[in-house]
Structures are given as C-alpha cells and as structure tokens.
Design a protein around this ligand. Sequence first.
Ligand SMILES: *[C@@H]1O[C@H](CO)[C@@H](O)[C@H](O)[C@H]1NC(C)=O
Ligand SMILES: *[C@@H]1O[C@H](CO)[C@@H](O)[C@H](O)[C@H]1NC(C)=O
Length: 245
Amino acid sequence: MAMSLSNKTLAAVEALMMTLALATTAAGQPTTAAANLTLHNLCPYPVWPLVTANAGVPSVPTDADGEPAGRLDGNGEGLATLAFPPGAWSGRVVARTGCAIEGDGGGEEIVGRCATGDAPPVTVAQVSVGGPGGRAAYSVSLVDGFNVAAVVTPHGFAEGRRCPTLGCAVDLAAECPVGARGPHGGCGGGGASSEAAWFKARCPDARTNATDVEATPQDCVAPREIKVVFCPKPDSVTSHASELD
Ligand SMILES: *[C@@H]1O[C@H](CO)[C@@H](O)[C@H](O)[C@H]1NC(C)=O
Ligand SMILES: *[C@@H]1O[C@H](CO)[C@@H](O)[C@H](O)[C@H]1NC(C)=O
C-alpha cells in the first residue's frame, strides 16, 4: 500500500517535471551555443577581474583551461576567455588594481586586498545574455564611481542588430577633481549629482544614475562573444565627449 502511494507520488513529480521542462522550452530559450565572455587588459598595469553573477544564475568562474581568470597582465598581454553558462545569464565585471597576493601554502595564489575595485569608486560593466529571443544587454555603470576605463564590445551578433561598443574609454581618474579622488585611486562614487554630470559629459555612453541610458542606443541579439576591454583606445566608443572647457 505504502509502495503504490510512493509510486503515485513519483509519477506526479515526474509529470510536474515534464510540464516544467516543456514550459522552459516554450519560453524560448535560445538554441544557439552559449556565448563567451572575453576579458582583455590594455592598461599599462595588471588587473584582477572579478566576474559576479546576479542572484539565481550560475557563476562564470573559470577560463577554457579551467583556471580562474586571476591576474591579467597589462599592455594587452592579459586576455581571458570565459564561457557563459547556457541559458540566461546576467552579472557584473569589475577590474581590481594593485591587489596583494597571498599564498595558501599549497602553491595557489589568493587575491587579497586590492588598492581599487573592492569598493567604490569602481567602474562596473553589467552584462546579460540569453534573454528572450537571445537578447543581450550591456552597459558600463559609473554610479559607484570610476577606477578603470572600460568598454563592452559584442562580436558575432545577429545580422541587422545594433550592438555598439559602449562604456567609458576616458581615464577619468587622471582628470578627477581633487575633492572627488578616491583614497587609493579612482574618482567619485559618492553619489553627488554634480559628479554624475561631470562623468556624463566625458562619457556619454556610460550610465551615471539608475535611470540614465547611453547616448548610443543598443538592440543586441545573440552575440557569440561579449568582450570587456579595460583601458581601451580612447576612440573605441561610439559617442564622444561634448566640448569641455
Ligand atoms: C568560445 O571560446 C571557445 C574557446 O576559445 C571556442 O572554442 C568556442 O567556439 C567559442 N564559442 C563561441 C560561441 O564562439
Ligand atoms: C540621470 O542622468 C541623466 C544624464 O546625465 C540626467 O539627465 C538625469 O537627470 C539623471 N537623473 C537623475 C534622477 O539624477
């Protein structure tokens, strides 16, 4: 008796799982291969990128060799290719600088405290892929200030879609007003609207508050690769700074 009840329960669970699986398929998960996240460091110094998945989505912890992205050497030498997990993914990428390295006694390097990037001011690249119909969306946020110039560039996207290079290619730390400088580098992060306006004038293709959008519109579907470049060439973004005095 107990046996047959248990079998009935199992059958019910199986039916429910089948329904859920069908619902997921009907919701239109893209059938395309999962995209890659490429990180490239053109800064004249090393960075330690940190890729953080939003709540409820799997992390992107390793590169093709199964290694953490770890330290990316400067001047273009540091290049890491990570694979987004299949399905919908969203999260953020930051570049930490001046990190202390602590051994764990087993030959592994552990990234300790960093001069910038652990806390504001920090430049945050936000990326989502695998949305409805394969939609991707991305931005570079200066809401928490600026530590490293960064742009996001999709490659291999669906024809006829707009996937422009967006972000802030200007070294805002170098020209940061004295009162807005971070204690160990970087600029801003205090949330003042004057600060946001100063950022926006120099980086119109970055976001400076919760409702801000880029000067250049995006409409991106199914990129094969999303590339985040640290310290990109100044002319790599689409919209440029207005005339500044
Ligand atoms: C992602 O990168 C890997 C390794 O470089 C490559 O084999 C694969 O084809 C790439 N995936 C896509 C969707 O381009
Ligand atoms: C957000 O930033 C934009 C662009 O600088 C600005 O036009 C808008 O007024 C800002 N919104 C708020 C709520 O500060």
